[in-house]
Design a protein around this ligand. Structure first.
Ligand code: PLP
Length: 522
């Protein structure tokens, strides 16, 4: 209940005035409630209570407070306790005390304090249009980006794009390794490990892993731990582009690349993707002097193309001639369903213009928030110097746990299992789509990873966003392909099948068939 203090009376805003000669305790009870078992001392509680009422506007500027003796009597505390609280309030400018006169709420509170919302009143976005801090232009650009896939909340359900098989993650093993790392943690580890690039053991383990599996031959010196791919893009572009510089972005492509380019104040240049991945010739025609390109050559997101060797060399030739940086997003190529994946672009680069970015969001679980990039030798010092000015990338003990997971061989075992799981789930999705959605959806080939794109073959007036919305209403999450595009006009649905067991896959496609049917209705 709002309380207003007048000289000798306290008045509830919508109630009767309360006189100072009210029964013992009544006045102070309006003002304060003390908890004698709380950890805060009594004078701290009085301080906090009065301050809260001033900030909420319940005690107006200039209002006279009862004497410290009266409050002390009412609350049953020593007068010195109240005096101590009043002194602290006066020191911070909330009240003014003058010798031989009453203590009053300060007549002029700092403007910032007056802007605070009153108790129970929510701040609205437009509450202070003339006083709210001005946003940079980039904020408007980011706010205008299309919303991605509608998320129906945790736990992830069919067919959330990008979600790995969390049901198959070896949680108990991870917990054991984590407990071991905690139990044996040295003071150096507790202190943060001392290296801004990340935990040394993890960087060495990653270097060994990417050399063996992806042809990325590097030392732990070149590996920088990040909190994921998106963070890697942010950090790399911060160092490589100036405001307004062109950055090639795959169209359609991973939204995180576009967001990072915009965040770096760069100019994302959409470059179309075809069955061989990023169209290098189109990129050269559109922005020959771009400073960087973000590309997923091993498994383009979301269409799934693998870039053939000839185009990889064309990309590298252009980058070397333009002195541009190629940011290789190798987010899920470990999960080629059959055969060996093509080695990474990084291994073909002789000019030192490729940064290789990897993540454990797909291979383990997204909540881990650990990824990395491998810098070419010539850029290691620049990245290391810049890293010193950035916040540490991830919790050191999680990095140590992950290092043990890799070094003890669990990661290789997990990848093997997941490869089989994704093959099985991908095939189950294909079969289920053929059974339930043939005639409305035409799936593209899919031999890697945990997502599949199907083109919409319904009348042109039916948008993929409308279908995704109808699907969401029935409890099915699918991405609308058009939300991944910049300039291209494409209609389709993006399915994540990694986190969905085969029986749920079939339930999902049956519901989706109903959503497609709803979309056909005028
Ligand atoms: C193409 C692509 N790259 C990378 C990532 C991983 O991002 P992060 O490591 O920030 O979780 C994703 C996640 O969805 C992705 O779709």
């Amino acid at each position: 209940m709002p309380v207003i203090w007048y000289g000798h009376q306290v008045q509830l805003a919508s109630d009767r005035p309360v006189q100072f000669d009210e029964p013992r305790g009544a006045v102070a009870a309006l003002l304060l409630e003390l908890d004698r078992r709380a950890r805060a001392t009594l004078h701290e509680q009085i301080f906090a209570g009065v301050r809260a009422r001033i900030l909420a506007g319940e005690l107006a500027p200039g209002v006279r407070l009862p004497s410290s003796r009266r409050i002390a009597d009412d609350l049953g505390v020593a007068r010195a306790t109240v005096v101590q609280a009043f002194e602290a309030l006066a020191a911070e400018g909330y009240v003014v005390t003058r010798r031989a006169s009453a203590t009053r709420v300060a007549p002029e509170l700092p403007a910032a304090l007056q802007l605070l919302p009153r108790r129970g009143q929510r701040q609205s976005a437009s509450a202070h249009p003339r006083t709210a801090p001005r946003l940079a232009r980039v904020a408007r650009v980011l706010a205008a980006l299309p919303a991605g896939t509608p998320r129906l909340g945790a736990p992830p359900r069919a067919f959330r794009p990008g979600c790995p098989a969390l049901d198959r993650f070896p949680v108990a093993l991870w917990a054991r390794l984590s407990a071991r790392c905690h139990a044996r943690a040295s003071t150096a580890l507790l202190d943060g490990g001392g290296d801004a690039r990340g935990h040394r053991g993890l960087r060495d383990a990653i270097a060994a892993h990417v050399a063996a599996t992806r042809g990325v031959h590097c030392s732990g010196e070149q590996v920088f731990i990040t909190s994921g791919t998106q963070a890697a893009f942010d950090e790399i572009l911060r160092l490589l582009v100036d405001p307004g510089d062109a950055v090639w972005i795959e169209d359609p492509g991973y939204l995180g690349a576009r967001h990072a380019a915009l965040g770096a104040r760069a100019r994302p240049v959409p470059v179309p993707v075809d069955a061989d991945g990023l169209d290098v010739a189109a990129g050269i025609a559109r922005a020959p002097r771009a400073r960087a390109v973000v590309v997923a050559p091993s498994h383009q997101y979301p269409l799934g193309a693998t870039m053939p060797l000839a185009r990889r060399f064309a990309l590298l030739r252009w980058a070397a001639a333009a002195r541009a940086l190629v940011i290789e997003d190798d987010y899920d190529s470990e999960f080629r369903h059959r055969g060996r994946p093509l080695a990474a672009l990084y291994g073909l680069d002789e000019a030192g213009c490729v940064v290789y970015a990897g993540t454990f969001s797909k291979s383990l679980f997204p909540g881990l928030r650990i990824g990395f990039f491998v810098a070419p030798q010539g850029l290691v010092d620049a990245f290391a110097a810049a890293r010193a000015a950035l916040p540490p990338p991830a919790a050191t003990l999680d990095q140590a746990t992950l290092a043990a997971f890799l070094a003890d061989g669990h990661f290789a075992t997990h990848l093997r299992r997941m490869r089989a799981t994704y093959r099985e789930r991908g095939e189950a999705l294909r079969a289920a789509l053929a059974a339930d959605c043939a005639g409305a959806l035409d799936p593209l080939p899919c031999d890697t990873g945990m997502q599949l794109v199907a083109q919409l073959v319904l009348p042109a007036a039916i948008t993929d966003r409308a279908v995704a919305t109808h699907a969401a209403e029935l409890g099915v999450e699918v991405g609308a392909l058009s939300t991944y595009t910049l300039r291209r006009r494409m209609r389709g649905l993006v399915f994540g099948f990694g986190g969905v067991r085969p029986p749920q896959i079939r339930t999902g496609t049956r519901l989706l068939a109903r959503a497609l049917e709803r979309s056909r209705r005028p």
